[in-house]
Design a protein around this ligand. Structure first.
Ligand SMILES: CC(=O)N[C@H]1[C@@H](OP(=O)(O)OP(=O)(O)OC[C@H]2O[C@@H](n3ccc(=O)[nH]c3=O)[C@H](O)[C@@H]2O)O[C@H](CO)[C@H](O)[C@@H]1O
Ligand SMILES: [Mn+2]
Length: 349
């Protein structure tokens, strides 16, 4: 048998390497299902630079002292602290903020807080921002993203170091229902044009609220929702899901885990994209046949979380309303609805 000459051998090896890299990049393109891939792709984060930055930034392992967790003495037994799909449910007393802060500081996370102040709702902005400065993600990098049609009315308040306010100019819709529902579309559109480059996590909340207690990194996870304060003890039948079989938001009476609040969700940018994109598309599908779900964006959010389970669930401490009194299970009211005259704030000019 003829022996392979070195030059031919080299040529064969070269071809093999070429074929390998071509198929790798083809596979990469084929697997990409959404356009954010461009932002996560190797073009912007070359593997070599990631590895060298890892070598330079050796992870520091610091000593940290705290009481030992007790396997046989769970800190809370009065409430459910884990969902059947193993998502933790965050209640006061079950976590240690010092441990969490140390872990998240090591990763240098950047958190975006989105809210909408359209038309008269701009009046809630001052309290919202001032209390957020005291209680929201203190010590971490925070970007406030305020969607508004009244930029000139956004109060000028002093912001802590590492925190920034960004105004996003949008036009308000005539009907209040459209204002609340279109938040999904507007958040979605900013995920790939902006948020993906600026923050790691998003927290998306109502503006007619005030912080009264700490809201920290314990809430962060891939994708999270919050138990509505009016329904955490309710049965499936009592949940005010949309029941119209013609609506995309419809949930049958024999399904449903929790009733999630429309005014508080979030997660990693890619997950918030998926969530807001689903909700907005579902609303558009319904709109085309003249349907609007019972509780607007909240109904679509509940549909999404039924089949795309949140990886973390926040207790109603995180979106309380004093209308529901002071049940024993809610030891801290961290973020509470501000009393408002619905008619005045929504309808009168
Ligand atoms: C705490 C909570 O879970 N709230 C939800 C609840 O009602 P709410 O009664 O809390 O709804 P809302 O009047 O606060 O409207 C939701 C949000 O839309 C924005 N907005 C609304 C109207 C307007 O003219 N200008 C403006 O900026 C503002 O950020 C407001 O906080 O149900 C709504 C759907 O019906 C939404 O799912 C809300 O998120
Ligand atoms: Mn509200």
């Amino acid at each position: 048998m003829e022996r392979l000459r070195p030059s031919r051998c080299f040529f064969v090896v070269f071809c093999c390497i070429l074929v390998f890299f071509c198929s790798l990049s083809w596979y990469n393109m084929k697997e990409s299902r959404w356009h954010l891939r461009a932002m996560f792709s190797c073009d912007q984060h070359p593997v070599e630079s990631t590895i060298s930055s890892l070598i330079e930034n050796n992870v520091r392992l610091d000593r940290i002292l705290y009481p030992k967790p007790e396997t046989l003495k769970p800190p809370r037994t009065d409430v459910l602290t884990i969902a059947p799909w193993l998502a933790p449910i965050i209640w006061n007393g079950i976590f240690n903020s010092d441990i969490l802060n140390a872990q998240f500081h090591k990763r240098g996370v950047r958190i975006g807080l989105t809210t909408f102040a359209i038309k008269k709702y701009v009046r809630f902005m001052k309290d919202f921002l001032e209390t957020a400065e005291k209680f929201f993600m203190v010590g971490h990098k925070v970007n406030y993203y305020i969607f508004t049609d009244r930029a000139h009315e956004i109060p000028n308040i002093t912001i802590g170091e590492g925190r920034h306010i960004h105004i996003i100019n949008v036009t308000g819709y005539q009907r209040w229902q459209d204002v609340t529902m279109r938040r999904m579309q507007m958040i979605r559109d900013e995920t790939y044009s902006r948020f993906i480059n600026e923050v790691d996590y998003l927290v998306c909340v109502d503006v007619d609220m005030r912080f009264y207690g700490s809201v920290g990194v314990e809430i962060l996870g891939d994708v999270f929702g919050t138990l509505h304060p009016g329904f955490f003890g309710a049965s499936r039948q009592q949940f005010t899901y949309d029941r119209n079989p013609k609506s995309v938001a419809c949930i049958p009476v024999d399904e449903g885990d929790f009733y999630y609040a429309g005014g508080y969700f979030g997660g990693k940018i890619e997950e918030v994209y998926k969530l807001t994109n689903f909700c907005h598309s579902a609303m558009m599908t319904d709109k085309a046949i003249g349907i609007e779900a019972l509780w607007h964006d909240e109904s679509y959010l509940n549909k999404y979380f039924l089949y795309y389970k949140p990886t973390k669930i926040l207790s109603p401490e995180y979106v309380w309303n004093n209308y529901y009194g002071s049940p024993a299970a809610v030891q801290i009211k961290r973020f509470v609805g501000v009393d408002k005259n619905y008619d005045e704030v929504r309808f009168r000019r």
